[in-house]
Ligand binder design. Structure first.
Ligand SMILES: NC(=O)c1ccc[n+]([C@@H]2O[C@H](COP(=O)([O-])OP(=O)(O)OC[C@H]3O[C@@H](n4cnc5c(N)ncnc54)[C@H](OP(=O)(O)O)[C@@H]3O)[C@@H](O)[C@H]2O)c1
Length: 360
């Protein structure tokens, strides 16, 4: 694979810091631009992040002295310096949408963690193991934007990153009809740590703005089919969710209930999970977990503290599968929200798109 020069827009934030850490030794992707708001622009990365560095590993030496650029004012310059950008910014939706589209129109592909374009029908929202075929939407989008190289591809919300992968291998044979998911979401999902959000110590907050709508609607786009104008969303399963913020640093847990057209046995479900692999495993992409879905037989697993870093935070852990009295089955699942659920998932998506030739 060729080497790609990449930019990280929002490099000083929680997800941006994950990108910086993940790309330190990436075999294909080499960060040459770190960009953020005008508040950080002109400072070294080390100065701009300051005490906000929230990773368990030290800030990479080669990034410390890089001077942060202004994602908006320096846009043309940045687009000329890189092959594509990762984008994770905390701006309002309209501003984010405009920023991403401006980069795409400058022929700079945007791999985004933001929600602004997730509902745009010709913007693919890809979980690489599940819907790699949605990359074909890029051709439709390029026609709309009038670009040759430029496009936007997005990651889904981090909340659904555990239960959509666990349900996916069951869809074709058993037909998932109805899902109820309650998510228990880590504070890093709000870009926070216990130092910056002390109210979360010894607490649960039963509301995350917009999260339940995203958790219910985005899976239907992911399971949709590619039409001539954009994605045609799936009509099933029907999904209802409740999303809670809990006092965990990293790792979103979900308690899931599901019903099927043709009810599988618990053993059949476990077999499907164990056998499941997608394009990243088949293509041997650098960030792909070897085993995407790990099932734990122990009753007290998965736990964020013990299991979120499974396969470098890129695997999904599942446990406590059993029959239910109101739905057919219930189980618990977990994924790392800033790795698989954000930066790691975006890096894997970029690897997939590079392997398919969309970043050439
Ligand atoms: N945290 C997660 O687990 C997670 C998961 C999935 C998706 N996301 C999404 O990823 C995005 C970033 O989340 P986060 O948690 O990393 O947020 P964050 O920690 O608050 O970081 C926000 C970043 O956006 C930059 N920014 C703010 N205003 C800007 C502007 N006008 N122009 C350019 N850059 C600007 C900030 O730069 P300054 O430092 O200069 O202010 C910072 O780099 C959000 O859309 C979020 O919904 C987050």
């Amino acid at each position: 694979m060729k080497d790609f020069k990449v930019g990280i827009i929002g490099a000083t934030g929680m997800v941006g810091q994950r990108f910086v850490s993940l790309l330190e030794n990436h075999p294909w992707f080499h960060p040459v631009v770190l960009a953020a708001s005008s508040r950080s622009a002109g400072k070294t990365y080390e100065e701009a992040v300051g005490p906000r560095w929230a990773m368990n590993t030290p800030m990479p030496e080669q990034m410390k002295k890089m001077v942060v650029m202004d994602a908006t004012a320096d846009m043309e310059k940045i687009a000329g310096m890189v092959d594509f950008v990762f984008c994770a910014v905390n701006m309002d939706k309209a501003q984010t949408r405009a920023l991403e589209e401006a980069y795409a129109k400058l022929e700079c592909p945007v791999i985004s963690n933001n929600s602004a374009h997730r509902a745009t029908p010709d913007v693919p929202m890809i979980i690489p193991e599940i819907n790699d075929d949605h990359a074909a939407l890029i051709d439709i989008q390029r026609r709309r934007l009038g670009t040759k190289r430029g496009f936007i591809a997005v990651k889904s919300n981090c909340s659904l990153q555990s239960y959509v992968p666990a349900l996916h291998p069951l869809m074709e044979e058993f037909g998932v009809t109805k899902v109820l998911a309650c998510t228990y979401q880590a504070i890093s999902g709000a870009g926070k740590t216990f130092a910056t959000w002390p109210e979360m110590d010894d607490n649960v907050i039963p509301f995350i703005s917009g999260e339940e709508e995203k958790s219910e609607q985005e899976p239907l786009k992911i399971w949709g089919t590619v039409g001539s104008e954009g994605v045609i969303p799936a009509t099933a399963p029907s999904i209802t969710t409740q999303c809670l913020r809990v006092n965990v640093s990293d790792g979103h847990t979900a308690a899931v209930f599901a019903s099927f057209e043709k009810k599988p046995t618990l053993e059949q479900i476990k077999e499907k999970w164990a056998a499941f692999e997608g394009a990243p495993q088949k293509l041997g992409l650098p960030s792909a977990p070897k085993q995407f879905l790990h099932y734990f037989e122990e009753n007290d697993r998965p736990q964020p503290k013990l299991d979120r870093m499974l396969e470098n935070g890129m695997a999904v852990s599942v446990g406590r599968l059993r029959e239910d009295t109101q739905y057919d089955v219930k189980f618990i699942c977990l994924s790392h929200n800033t790795l698989r659920g954000a930066a790691g998932g975006a890096v894997l998506m970029a690897e997939l798109l590079a392997a398919k030739g969309y970043l050439d």
